[in-house]
Ligand binder design. Structure first.
Ligand code: PGA
Length: 236
């Protein structure tokens, strides 16, 4: 059984989101995999209700580290919990690169999510330059050490997403992903799912899942159309 997580990013109106769930639900039921969708805030409540009775788990793509307060435009963990989100992506490279999120900030969010009963899906990964400079292992170790500081690293998931592979069509090889998983595994318990993300599609998904180090996938663009997501979640 693989953990297959779709990340919709800033895509889909409510109508589009509902249509997607309706299309995917019967296929998800037949799939032996764990299926999760990180959706825009605006769709969480509706999709949680729509996905009841299916095995699709709904989550968020971000949250603030504070419990509540005067933080215009931000969303708190308890608000996500309140509308039924079961997990949250934290430290996605788009948040790190475009919105300046640091490991320390992400660490505070991981703590807040855990204490709020929402499972964090922590994303880590190196840039192209860091890989070229043989710094991948060191970068991953720093991200994991700092993002997981003081956390009970058992009730979460980790995604290795090399930045050069995200949205580029240039996926890492399963071998590269498996090497990164070995580094990640030393930071988390044996049961924590380790996922690969970065240009996963219906053609290459199986090659990652065949590797026993890789417990699942984090899927961006290929999770946007029901047809391609259906092919991935149907993999045995
Ligand atoms: P991608 O995105 O599958 O479109 O490369 C993955 C991600 O950003 O999580």
């Amino acid at each position: 059984m693989a953990v297959l997580v779709g990340n919709w990013k800033m895509y889909k109106t409510l109508d589009q989101a509902e249509a997607f769930i309706d299309q995917i639900a019967p296929i998800a039921k037949e799939s032996g995999n764990k299926i999760m969708l990180a959706v825009p805030y605006t769709a969480i409540k509706t999709l949680v209700e729509r996905a009841k009775g299916t095995n699709i788990v709904i989550g968020a793509q971000n949250m603030n580290d504070a419990s509540e307060g005067a933080f215009t435009g931000e969303v708190a963990a308890l608000m996500l919990k309140d509308v039924g989100a079961e997990f949250v992506l934290l430290g996605h490279s788009e948040r790190r690169q475009l919105f300046g999120e640091t490991n320390a900030f992400i660490n505070r969010k991981v703590h807040r999510a855990l204490e709020s009963g929402i499972m964090p899906l922590l994303c880590v990964g190196e840039t192209y330059e860091e890989r070229q400079g043989n710094q991948t292992e060191e970068v991953l170790k720093t991200q994991l050490t700092e993002c997981l500081a003081g956390c009970d690293a058992k009730s979460l998931m980790v995604a290795y997403e090399p930045i050069w592979a995200i949205g580029t069509g240039l996926a890492a090889t399963p071998q590269m992903a498996a090497e990164a998983m070995k580094v990640c595994r030393t930071f988390v318990g044996d049961t924590v799912p380790l996922l690969y993300g970065g240009s996963v599609n219906s053609e290459n998904a199986k090659s990652f899942l065949e590797n026993k180090e890789i417990n699942g996938l984090l899927i961006g663009s290929a999770s946007l159309t029901a047809d391609s997501f259906a092919k991935i979640i149907s993999l045995k």
